[in-house]
Design a protein around this ligand. Structure first.
Ligand SMILES: O=C([O-])CC(=O)C(=O)O
Ligand SMILES: [Mg+2]
Length: 570
């Protein structure tokens, strides 16, 4: 088939739906933009007012209405309602200025949207699979033909939503939000996206006591029962869609790592908090080194928050050090992981599988002060280690105080401080404080969006080191490149692709340039990440061989954009 013929065919869309059913289908609905031909063809006369609008007109009108709302939370709710009515319109609205809309559809507005999900919820979207009703029946539920086209699933159990903990079924806000980014940034056709909330109960007392709570009102199921429910889900997904990307999100730390390790060899699955966050952090670190941070082999890194994200970051950065010539042992000694039990040391009770490789020898801290609970605090670690880099994945708002940061401010020429916790109230320190405490020398990044900071009369942009720089490209790679397994090598490739796009790379003065491209360029970033991931997949034998030219064509074909295609009767 010639390229022209294919474009012509793929530019129109066939559907068997008509009348009300067509208007009620959010991925197909065009509202009053159905033209007269389509109104004839699909029995829409009388169901729509006379005027025929364009998508641009609909989007302008919607933006004007959204602008009149009191705040971003109200806009978030209104946008989700638009998405549930008309997905094309939803993406057309936000496409115009991704940078402005992202904080509304995603972090930080999505944090409150999750807390209040039961109260703002109007229409079902995605799949809620609950332990009480659906155990033993998941395959039957997934078999429904409505799910035939699914290519990317984002699944959460609501156990550890952003930095705000157990949100039970309310956590569904996150799979929905992440999939919106797959489309807005990675061009995933919304008809191929499925958000899943695995409702295994919640230990959140506020939710359990809330009469409006939409989830299963039960304590969180744990242990063997939890694992069996997850196993049933994964098996059902793998059988139903052998070529799917299964993205895990916001599980609690130990579950996250166990599930990833258990299934990553069997299917194309990855954990965004562990691997996506690690990928973007690694990319930003490579850029920070160019901007004057210590060289990779000179880095000493303190990670505060030793859950899934913290361990994933340590793991990928250590692999990067090993690729640069260090031994695994040398690399792992460069990491000092600190959590609620203080510095993670060998032989401590409760050291998790993910922390194990980075547990410091028990004698590393001889002579260091221990607190009343025999813990070595973050402050003590900072004073002795004097790191070159400090990473926050703790969810503990304000944990990085002036005293914490002071030792690295004294010692490092350009201390690298990435405060990654989300949403805004949970960030370990604000960019303005970090700059003030380091006399403007710190290279900083945050997990959510921050406005540029005026430091000593100069505006300093704040990099958003968020996994949205990685996962949309990974999804695009799976869809376009036929990836069958996600490897660490692919996340390293994504990090290098990201660093190659860093404005610091070609800047006359890399010390003042941003580390990452702006959020407005996330589409371009996703394509670059996808390209790198596919090429790496081919090298590792987990993607079919294809020439660079074929990969480019496949990437172009895979990208869905928000426009109304003409419909024909199926
Ligand atoms: O969603 C985000 O903005 C980053 C993330 O994965 C998290 O905080 O859990
Ligand atoms: Mg997350």
């Amino acid at each position: 088939m010639s390229d022209t013929a294919r474009t012509m065919l793929s530019s129109s869309l066939k559907t068997a739906l008509s009348g009300r059913e067509l208007l009620d289908c959010p991925v197909l609905n065009k509202g009053n933009a159905f033209d007269r031909r389509e109104r004839d063809l699909f029995g829409l006369h009388g169901l729509l007012p006379a005027s025929v609008a364009t998508l641009a007109e609909q989007a302008d009108l919607a933006r004007a209405r959204l602008a009149a709302l009191p705040d971003n939370f109200a806009r978030h709710i209104a946008l989700r309602e638009i998405q549930d009515r008309n997905e094309t319109l939803f993406y057309a609205i936000i496409d115009e200025a991704l940078e402005a809309w992202l904080p509304i559809i995603y972090t930080p507005a999505i944090g409150r949207a999750c807390r209040e999900f039961s109260h703002i919820w109007t229409r079902p979207r995605g799949l809620f699979l609950n332990y009480a009703d659906h155990r033993g029946r998941i395959a039957e539920i997934l078999a429904s033909p409505q799910f035939d086209g699914v290519r990317v699933i984002v699944a959460s159990d609501g156990g550890s939503i952003l930095g705000i903990g157990d949100q039970g079924a309310n956590g569904m806000g996150i799979p929905i939000g992440k999939l919106s980014l797959y489309t807005a940034c990675g061009g995933l056709d919304p008809a191929r996206a499925l958000p899943v909330l695995l409702d295994v109960g919640t230990d959140n007392e506020t939710l359990l006591a809330d009469p409006e709570y939409i989830g299963w009102r039960h304590a969180r199921v744990r242990g063997a029962q939890y694992d069996a429910f997850i196993a049933e889900f994964v098996q059902a997904v793998n059988t139903r869609w052998p070529d799917i990307a299964l993205h895990w999100e916001d599980l609690s730390g130990a579950d996250a790592l166990r599930i990833l390790r258990r299934y990553r060899g069997d299917m194309c699955t990855y954990n965004d908090d562990i691997q996506g966050t690690a990928g973007v952090t690694a990319g930003a670190l490579l850029a920070a080194i160019r901007a004057g941070g210590a060289a990779l082999d000179a880095q000493k890194i303190v990670i505060f928050g030793a859950g899934g994200a913290g361990c994933g970051i340590a793991d990928l950065l250590a692999q990067m050090m090993v690729a640069g010539g260090m031994t695994a042992q040398e690399a792992s000694r460069r990491f000092f992981m600190v959590d609620i039990n203080g510095l993670v040391r060998e032989g401590m009770p409760g050291v998790t599988e993910g922390q194990q490789p980075f547990a410091q020898p028990a004698d590393v801290a001889s002579g260091w002060r221990v607190d009343d609970a025999a813990h070595i605090t973050l402050a003590e670690v900072m004073a002795h280690v004097q790191p070159t880099m400090l990473i926050g994945t703790s969810g503990q708002g304000g944990a990085f105080t002036r005293e914490i940061v002071a030792p690295m401010a004294r010692q490092a020429a350009r201390p690298i401080i990435f405060a990654l916790s989300n949403p805004t109230a949970n960030i370990e320190a604000t960019p303005a404080d970090l700059l003030a405490w380091t006399q403007g020398r710190a290279i900083i990044g945050t997990g959510g969006p921050f406005a540029p900071v005026d430091y000593a009369g100069r505006m300093r942009p704040v990099d958003q080191i968020n996994n949205s720089y990685v996962f949309p490209g990974v999804g695009l790679a799976v869809v376009a490149g036929g990836i069958t397994r996600m490897t660490d090598g692919m996340f390293l490739a994504a990090a290098h692709a990201l660093a190659a796009l860093s404005p610091a790379a070609g800047a006359a003065d890399p010390t003042t340039a941003p580390l990452l491209p702006p959020v407005s360029e996330l589409r371009l970033v996703a394509t670059a990440v996808a390209r790198a991931v596919i090429m790496q997949g081919q090298k590792e034998g987990v993607a079919p061989q294809a020439s660079a030219h074929e990969v480019e064509a496949a990437l172009g074909d895979a990208v869905w954009t928000a426009r109304y295609r003409p419909y024909e009767k199926a």
